[in-house]
Design a binder for this molecule. Structure first.
Ligand SMILES: [Zn+2]
Length: 354
C-alpha cells in the first residue's frame, strides 16, 4: 500500500519538475494526497510527512546562513535508521498551491519574490542577489513550497487521525506582505485558512516554541478574526526587535534554563487550550532553544526539548485535540538529532504497534 503511494508521488513530482521551477502556480498536488492519511492510519503509526525536496542546496550559498539546509534529511534518516519507519511509510507532499498562498499573502508580495534582491533580504544571504531569480525559485523557494504543502498535509492528516508530524515547515517570520528571517511563506496560517475554507475547522491554536518570536504568525493571527490564536514562547533578547503584538506571549529573559522554561510551558499550555478551545493545535517546535544554538540565548538541552515537545503533544491528545507538529528553526549542530530524539519519544508513546 505504501509503495503504491510513493509511485504516485514520484509521478506527480516529475510532472512538476518537467514544467520548470515556476510550475507551482499550476499545481495543487496536495489534494491528490488527501487519501493518504486514511491509508497511513491503517498501520496505526503516527503519520510523518517528509519529502527529500525539503532540503535546500543552492550552489553552496546555503552555507552562508547558519541554517543547516540538510537538517530535514538528517532527521528523516535518523528515524529510518532506528527502524521506526521505512521509506514508504512517510507521506510525501508536493508544493502548496498558489491559490492557498493567496488566501494569506498579497499578490504583490508573491510577485516580489521573483526579484533576487528582495529574496536575498528575506534569506539573509546577500550574495544570492546575484543569482538569477529562476534558479533561486527552483533551488530555494520550491523546497519551501513543498514544505508548506507538507504543513497543509500534516494539518489535514492530524484532523483526521489526531496527530501528524511534518519534518519541516514552521516559517513563522513570514507576514502577509513581507518575509524575513529565512521565512518566505507563512505555511501554518496558509494551511489553517485552506482547511477553514473547506469547512474542516473553525478555530486553530498555534503553540510556537521556536526561540524567536513568531512575528509573522502573530500578526496574521491578530488579523484572523479569532480563526487563529497564538501562544508564543520566545527569547526576548533576540530577533525580531521590536516585537509585535500577540495574543498570549511568554517572553523569557536572556539565558533562560530548561527548568524555568518547562515550568512556564506546563503552566501556560493547558490554560491557553482551555481558553481558546481549538479544533486543531499546530505545534511549531523549534530547536533553536538548545544551548549551543548561535541565534538564541536559551540553555535547554536535548532532553529538555524532548520533554517540551512530548508535553505539548501528550497534553493536547489527552484533551482529544488534534495536533499537527512542524519543526521551525534550529541552527546548532545538535539541532537535527535533538529533533529526531524528540520525535522518537513521541512515536514511542503514540505509535500503535499492537
Ligand atoms: Zn527561531
Amino acid at each position: 500500500m505504501g509503495r503504491k503511494i510513493s509511485r504516485r508521488h514520484v509521478l506527480f513530482s516529475m510532472g512538476a519538475v518537467s514544467l520548470g521551477g515556476l510550475s507551482w502556480s499550476l499545481s495543487d498536488h496536495e489534494e491528490a494526497f488527501a487519501s493518504h492519511p486514511a491509508i497511513a492510519a491503517q498501520t496505526g503509526l503516527v503519520p510523518l510527512i517528509y519529502s527529500p525536496s525539503y532540503n535546500i542546496s543552492a550552489f553552496g550559498l546555503e552555507h552562508l546562513h547558519p541554517f543547516d539546509s540538510s537538517k530535514y534529511d538528517k532527521i528523516y534518516k535518523s528515524i529510518k535508521n532506528a527502524g521506526l519507519r521505512s521509506e514508504d511509510d512517510f507521506l510525501r507532499p508536493t508544493s502548496i498551491s498558489e491559490e492557498a498562498l493567496l488566501r494569506v499573502h498579497t499578490r504583490e508580495y508573491l510577485d516580489s519574490l521573483k526579484d533576487s534582491w528582495e529574496l536575498a533580504k528575506i534569506l539573509e544571504v546577500g550574495p544570492s542577489m546575484f543569482v538569477p531569480s529562476i534558479l533561486l525559485d527552483w533551488k530555494v523557494l520550491k523546497p519551501m513550497r513543498v514544505a508548506a504543502g507538507g504543513t497543509l498535509l500534516t494539518c489535514r492528516t492530524a484532523l483526521q487521525h489526531g496527530l501528524a508530524i511534518n519534518l519541516g515547515g514552521g516559517y513563522h517570520h513570514a507576514f502577509s506582505n513581507k518575509g524575513g528571517g529565512f521565512c518566505v511563506y507563512s505555511d501554518v496560517p496558509v494551511a489553517i485558512n485552506a482547511l477553514h475554507e473547506e469547512g474542516l475547522l473553525k478555530r486553530a491554536l498555534i503553540i510556537d516554541t521556536d526561540a524567536h518570536q513568531g512575528n509573522g504568525f502573530a500578526t496574521l493571527a491578530q488579523a484572523s478574526n479569532e480563526r487563529i490564536s497564538l501562544l508564543d514562547f520566545y527569547d526576548e533578547s533576540i530577533y525580531p526587535i521590536p516585537k509585535v503584538e500577540e495574543d498570549w506571549a511568554i517572553a523569557f529573559p536572556k539565558g533562560t534554563d530548561g527548568k524555568t522554561y518547562l515550568t512556564a510551558l506546563e503552566d501556560n499550555v493547558p490554560r491557553a487550550i482551555d481558553k481558546y478551545k481549538p479544533d486543531l493545535i499546530v505545534y511549531n517546535a523549534g530547536s533553536d532553544v538548545l544551548e549551543p544554538d548561535p541565534l538564541s540565548t536559551f540553555k535547554l538541552n536535548s532532553n529538555d526539548m524532548s520533554a517540551r515537545d512530548f508535553f505539548v503533544v501528550d497534553y493536547a491528545r489527552s484533551k482529544n485535540i488534534p495536533v499537527a507538529m512542524v519543526l521551525a528553526g534550529g541552527y546548532s549542530k545538535d539541532s537535527a538529532l535533538a529533533h529526531a530524539a524528540s520525535i522518537k519519544g513521541i512515536l514511542k508513546k503514540f505509535d500503535d504497534v499492537s
